[in-house]
Each structure stands twice: as C-alpha cells, then as structure tokens.
Design a protein around this ligand. Structure first.
Ligand code: PEP
Ligand code: CO
Length: 454
C-alpha cells in the first residue's frame, strides 16, 4: 500500500476511490449513479453526531466491562419488509432480549439494530446460474432485485435513494415507537412464553421473568427506559458499510464538532469479505468519527490485527473499535486466544463482540442454507469462557434474527427440524433465528453471564 495514502491528511470521504474496493456493483450508466449520489449528498442526515458520540462513549464502557452490547436484526433488510408490524416485532424481540440480558449481566445493555440501512450484501460470487442462465448475483435491495431476471438483477442507482428513504422511514418509526412508550416493559403480555413449556429450562425461564417483573423499578434506572419521558434514543442503528458511494455521500462535517461523521448510521461495520487492511473499505472507515466494527473470521494473523489497529484506531481510543469475531463453534477455541493476544500486544482494547451466526452456516442436503441453534449458542458460550479465562470480558453478542415466526434455523426448545425449514423460510440471504429462538438464546446467555459473575 502507498504509505502516503494512509496519512490522515490525505483522507477524504472519497479517498477510498484510490484503493482496491471489493464487492462494489457495476452500473451500466455511471452518469445516473453520479446523479443519485449527488442527490444523496444533499439529503438530511439519518442520525446525529451527538448520538454517534453517545454510542462511542457507551461502547467504551462495554470495552471496559461496564455495559453489554446486543446487536441484532436481519441479515439483509428488504424494502418489502419496511412495514409497521415487522419493525415493531423486531424492536420487541430486541427489547425483550436486552431485558433478559440485563438480569444476567447486571449491567446496562446497549441495543444496536441491524436496521435502517442493512440493504447491501457481499456475495461469494458475482454471478448466479440457474438452468443454464447466468445473471448478476443479488447484492441486496440497495443494489438490485432478488428476482431472477435480467431486469431485476441489473444494478440500479435509483435504489440508493430508495434505500435512503426506507432507512429514514424505518428509523423514524423506531424513534416514534421508543418515544411513544413502546419501551414500557411493565406489561407481562410482552413475554409470549408459551413455548417454554416445551423446554427443559422452563422452570428457570419462569423464574427469570418473575425477577424481571419484581425488579422492574430497579432496572428502569439501569436501563434508562422510561416510557414517554425520554427524548434520548434507546436503540442505535448499524449496518455493513459495503457500498462506499452510499456511505461517502452521507459522510458530513457538522457545526461545532471536528472530524467527519457517517450520518447514515451510528455504527458502521465492515464485513469479513472486505476487511483487508489495504483495501478501500478500511480506507473509508479510518477517517470517520463513528465507532466502527470489523468482522473477524478464521485466518486472521497477528500482522493483520496490528494493521487494523494502526489504521482504524491509531490512538487506541476507547469505544472506537469493535472486533466482531465469527469463527464458528468448532474453530473459536483455536482461533480466538491468538487474536486476543495479538490485539493486546498492540495495546488495543476493543469491544469484543461474538457473532454466533456467520461461522455456523451450513447447507442441508436439499440445498437450504441453515444454522443450528446449538452451534450458535455453543460459539457464544465458548466466547464467554475464552475471554474470561484470558482475564478479559466478552463485551457483546451479534445475531441475525427476526421478530417473525420463520423457520430458517434448526433447534431450540421447540426442536425445529430440517423438515420444518421449508415451512416459513423467507430470507433471500442468511438464515435468521426466529422470535422464540432469539428469546431462548437470551435466556441461555443470561444464565451464562450469571455463572460468569459467580
Ligand atoms: C453479515 O453480517 O451479514 C455478513 C455478511 O457477515 P460476515 O462479513 O461476517 O460474513
Ligand atoms: Co448474514
């Protein structure tokens, strides 16, 4: 890499253009792309710099073990799912999970959605072939359509504006719900716990719910959730910063604050497929004030970890960096300790977040992408143990989940099987935990955290 190009002075929202950029769509009409980006540059921000800074401060607490991060949502948001029911259901499951986690962690939980911009997807192949016909791969609603036709699969710059619009609608509704009392947790009917009767953990679950009810007053103080009384946002937004034109167009200076802010989201992360230290995504991320995440998978060596820290967090600023590790249940024990050591040796103190999903994807004999609940939990459980054994703390968890009753992952208390997968499989990309599986996972993690504290 050209060392001049990594000088902080040389950075601008568009300096990534001088670096190799993976996973970017090819537009047939560059002038139309430029027009869309020019319009995007003029539109108002989706989040504010003070929210971004507040999250960075809270993440600094998480890195120090004083808060815990719950990050979750769809693998890919779809424009068709931008509906009141879907958004409210997602908020509800995240809220319930966070409440359960507060009991286990005995510390405040930072709620971060994969929403309001999670519209672009990295793909392992640029093309998809069906019945001998080859078309560009579906790259998420920000880029093209999922339908298998030449028209739908063409990259359409107008989708960048639609993506911005849908993100705005989503965040607007979430803000209204939170402000309007949705976060009022006094109602036991929020907990649809019918499914626990199927679980060997039923007794424990019911006890946890009782604890939640009894200590609501106390938890309100810790959580800072007071229905209708707070203007402060209670959920943060995050998405993969994949389409660099979209991100750069929403990267702004704000009055009275130094630096550049990505105001399309509070917490952008870069995925495993675009995390090379000399790549365009890293170049973009290094110049913004937001807290940023990097997905880390198998094969990350000491040198890479050092370069990530030097490029993204040269000042080793608390709350600036989250390492979201996703090795898989069968690899985390081998891979994580070396990564933790390498980061510590460089003086890094990131928030460690375990993504229990992306290292545990498998394809069934029928060709259905799925994940086993047991693998997801196993990876998280091992993450707690490894960080604990190394004298640190897991700072958070990251899941692909939905508030809907889908059948995309197997396992959990209801024993969802492979044959169930066809019944309600909706995702065009990765399989998500459904409502019950998500809540069960939160209970298991809460139990684990209680043990860790003993
Ligand atoms: C994702 O979070 O949807 C994703 C693609 O993850 P990763 O980059 O870890 O594979
Ligand atoms: Co995914």
């Amino acid at each position: 890499m050209n060392t001049e190009a990594v000088s902080p002075l040389a950075w601008s929202p568009d300096s990534w253009g001088g670096f190799p950029a993976g996973q970017q769509p090819v537009y047939s009409d560059p002038a139309a792309l430029e027009r869309a980006l020019a319009e995007l540059r003029q539109l108002p921000p989706l989040v504010t710099s003070w929210e971004v800074i507040s999250l960075r401060e809270q993440l600094a607490d998480a890195a120090a073990g004083r808060r815990f991060v719950l990050q979750g949502g769809d693998c890919a948001e779809r424009f068709v799912d931008c509906t009141s029911t879907r958004i409210a259901n997602l908020l509800k499951i995240l809220l319930q999970m966070s409440l359960v986690l507060v009991v286990g962690a005995q510390r405040p939980v930072i709620r971060v959605g994969r929403f309001g911009g999670q519209y672009a997807k990295p793909r392992s192949s640029n093309f998809e072939t069906r019945d001998g016909i080859e078309l560009p791969a579906y790259r998420g609603d920000l880029i093209n359509g999922a339908e298998f036709s030449a028209e739908a699969r063409a990259a359409d710059p107008g989708r960048l504006l639609r993506g911005y619009g849908h993100a705005a609608l989503t965040l607007n509704f979430i803000r209204a719900l939170v402000k309007g009392g949705f976060a009022d947790l006094h109602h036991p009917e929020y907990f649809d716990l019918d499914w626990v009767s199927d679980s060997p953990l039923a007794h424990e679950y019911h006890r946890t719910v009782e604890v939640i009810r009894e200590s609501l007053r106390f938890m309100e103080n810790v959580l800072d959730v007071r229905a209708g009384e707070t203007d402060r946002i209670d959920f943060f937004a995050s998405h993969e910063a994949l389409h660099l034109g979209y991100e750069a167009a929403q990267t702004r200076h704000v009055p009275r604050r130094p630096g550049w802010f990505n105001l399309s989201t509070h917490f952008p992360w870069i995925g495993r497929r675009t995390n090379e230290a000399g790549g365009a995504h890293m170049e973009y991320l290094r110049g913004i004030e937001n807290p940023v995440g990097i997905k880390v998978g198998p094969g990350c060596d000491r040198e890479t970890a050092k370069r990530w820290l030097d490029v993204l967090d040269p000042r080793r600023q608390p709350g600036r960096l989250a390492l979201i590790h996703r090795f898989g249940a069968d690899r985390i024990a081998d891979a994580l300790p070396a990564l933790v050591e390498a980061v510590r040796a460089e003086g890094g103190a990131p928030v460690w977040i375990c993504d229990g999903m992306h290292g545990n994807t498998r394809v069934t004999q029928d060709g259905i992408r799925t994940r086993r609940f047991e693998d997801v939990y196993s990876e998280v459980e091992q993450a707690f143990d490894i960080h604990h054994a190394m004298g640190g703390r897991l700072g958070g968890v990251h899941f692909e989940l939905t508030g809907e009753n889908v059948t995309e992952c197997t396992g959990g208390a209801r024993g969802q099987s492979q044959t169930d997968l066809r019944r309600a499989y909706e995702s065009d990309v990765d399989p998500r935990l459904n409502y019950e599986q998500s809540l069960e996972l939160a209970f298991l993690i809460a139990r684990k955290m209680k043990q860790e504290a003993c």
